[in-house]
Design a protein around this ligand. Sequence first.
Ligand SMILES: NC(=O)c1ccc[n+]([C@@H]2O[C@H](COP(=O)([O-])OP(=O)(O)OC[C@H]3O[C@@H](n4cnc5c(N)ncnc54)[C@H](OP(=O)(O)O)[C@@H]3O)[C@@H](O)[C@H]2O)c1
Length: 260
Amino acid sequence: MVRWKAQQSVAVVTGASSGIGYHLSRLLAERGARVVAVARRRERLDQLRSATAAASGSVIAYPGDVTDPEVRRGLLARAAEIAEGRLDLLVNNAGIGALGPFAEASPERLRRIMEVNFFAPVELTRLALPMLRLGRQPVLCNLGSVLGHRAVPDKSEYCASKFALHGWSDSLRAELRESGIQVTLVSPSTTESEFFDAVIETPEGQVSRSLGSWPAERVARATLSAILARRAEVILSLGGKALVYADRLSPPLMNRLLAR
Ligand SMILES: NC(=O)c1ccc[n+]([C@@H]2O[C@H](COP(=O)([O-])OP(=O)(O)OC[C@H]3O[C@@H](n4cnc5c(N)ncnc54)[C@H](OP(=O)(O)O)[C@@H]3O)[C@@H](O)[C@H]2O)c1
């Protein structure tokens, strides 16, 4: 199978100011990719640029909110300048969460989660498809979650957003088969990052329970491996695999366990 090549590639990574997106952008630049790095915190993107100054590739900081259509158009226009409109990799990684029961949450919490985690990546992809069609072994990589395979309590909006991303990724992969664009869905389990510091509208004291966690850099390395191999789907970590495969074997058992 033809592998994806980072050297001289053009990539866009959303959510590049921290966690998985930061490390993935750095790894890509170190391997020679020219990365348009997107997130709201400009100073963090500048840090990423400094950290990759000696890399064979480069990082172009593009500060902005991915839920803004102007930002989505602008960041792709910037990427299009690099190699005559060609895009080899789009990583939809920007994401947010919220904790706490659905019944106590506002409608705005659901709207915001869906805007960032689902509508923004989908609409960015819609705009990017003509550029990806010009790419070299192009890959669209979506950062899902094991919670997009098996939902758990107190994260209903987040699970719904990641289930939506999962379903859409599967449809799109089949639709794009003839075009040569691979859709890679990466589903991490709990990851050590700033994710839980950034949760929105979460009641005080509400915590997230998990089955083991990986550092963000390890998740980024696994994501890069999946991109290089042009995999359709990867589920990360032992705990993550246990959750997903136990649910596939016996959904009723998982329903009983998770209701406790
Ligand atoms: N952490 C976990 O346990 C875990 C588990 C499974 C899957 N994931 C998924 O992995 C992805 C990365 O998460 P992470 O763990 O690396 O968390 P993180 O450290 O909080 O990183 C999230 C990134 O998304 C960016 N972002 C958030 N909202 C944005 C917006 N509206 N516009 C532009 N950028 C935005 C943040 O940057 P700014 O704040 O600077 O905008 C940040 O760079 C997410 O999709 C998440 O759902 C995480």
